[in-house]
Design a protein. Structure first.
Length: 61
């Protein structure tokens, strides 16, 4: 069976790299969301969907 593993090694390595990148993207998104940062990175001042991202503030006057 070692020959089959050697043949598939590049596929396994590329799959592991893609999985690692995917996990990093998900973890960064979760951390940014917990900190209250926007998902798009451009700020919320003019965004029509800012109410969906952050909800309504209870301190509005």
């Amino acid at each position: 069976m070692p020959l089959a593993t050697a043949v598939n090694l590049p596929t396994i390595i590329i799959g592991a790299i893609v999985a690692a990148v995917f996990i990093v993207i998900i973890v960064r998104g979760i951390r940014r969301r917990k900190r209250g940062e926007s998902g798009c990175g451009c700020g919320c001042s003019g965004c029509p969907n800012s109410a969906l991202c952050h909800g309504k503030s209870t301190n509005q006057k």
